[in-house]
Design a protein around this ligand. Sequence first.
Ligand code: PLP
Length: 410
Amino acid sequence: MAKPMQPIYLDNNATTPIDPEVLEAMLPYLREQFGNPSSAHALGGPAHDAVERARGEVAALIGASPDEIVFTSGGTESSNMAIRGAAAMNPARRAVVATNIEHPATDACCAVLERAGHPIRRLKAKTDGLVDAGQAALLLGDDTALVTIIHAQNEIGTLQPVADIARQAHAAGALVHVDAAQSVGKVKVDVDALGADLLSIAAHKLYAPKGIGVLYIRRGVALPPLLVGAGQEHGRRPGTENVPYIVGVGEACRLARLALAEAGPRMRALSQRLLARLQQAVPGLTLVGHPTERLPNTLNVLFPSVSGRQLLAACPGVLASNGSACHADSEEPSAILLALGIPREAALGTVRLLVGRHTTSEDVDGAAALLASAWFDQYSARRHESGDPALMTRSLDSRFRGNERSWIDA
Ligand SMILES: Cc1ncc(COP(=O)(O)O)c(C=O)c1O
């Protein structure tokens, strides 16, 4: 009997597998090198040195200095520290500017601040997912503490004109926080080129474990800590360092830096191949977001006349999602797609397909065939139920049936 094929993982913005080299780098610090980096004895030194090496690797990936890197528990904590901290720094500057397509880690911070009386102003994204940097000047003033902006949107992949907006923010005397949870490791991220004063990284999006992240804090920015305790991370994030995970994120950043030039074009080619295959098999399939100003790995497509959620439920051979993983139980259309002005009915057809470091062209072809086949079945059933005389023939179906990966019947 043939070996069953693995489902095809196309959810690499939700999370990535741990790279084997990252795991190897971590293992000694889960076994024999278990020391506390603050200990003065022989076990403390190697743990301390490992944390500092990792700090250097993170800094090197984003063009920062090691002393500007603070380890946190993940992207959510980094953004909380950045946004809530920056809003509390100066009583004369309480307003925060954000886009209307932020991740919940940012939106929830803005909601907390708003309840505490901080004005929150929104830069609106256009239908292509890009905000108009020209709007920023209208929202900035001498009351603005912070502009917080998602570099790459997690559902649609659009890359925002951060540098342009940051220039305007700085001219108005505001700080700039960049949520780079999705962009680091996929495209070049340089804190100076972006104009970031604060920048959040989530390690599990770049082949390191979950539960570890980074906040970049530009030298001279006196950001108050979220937590109080002992003096680790120079008091900016107290608590005994998670040495194995910090080693993991350091190694992941090293690998990402070495792979970046090759990985971007490779992922873009795979995404384009997937889109082309789907467009060939599914008439009316639409790409959401900007055609070029986007992450190389991210495709968000609208399947016509079907529910994307039901489509994926009928397609267990493809592990993908309909929006951010945090909303996976919801029947509501994605708030991000609605914010772009996509009509509710069309937005329900969304499927987010995210290639990664381990995706192959065979995976892409197999996933396209499975999705197109499931779409055809649901579309046909729907038209049949509605008594539409123009029910499509199976001949369309035959274009992709042959490519289908047979993991189900193996
Ligand atoms: C854009 C963005 N920001 C922040 C986060 C939160 O990161 P974490 O899961 O490490 O808390 C995510 C994770 O989905 C994200 O995609």
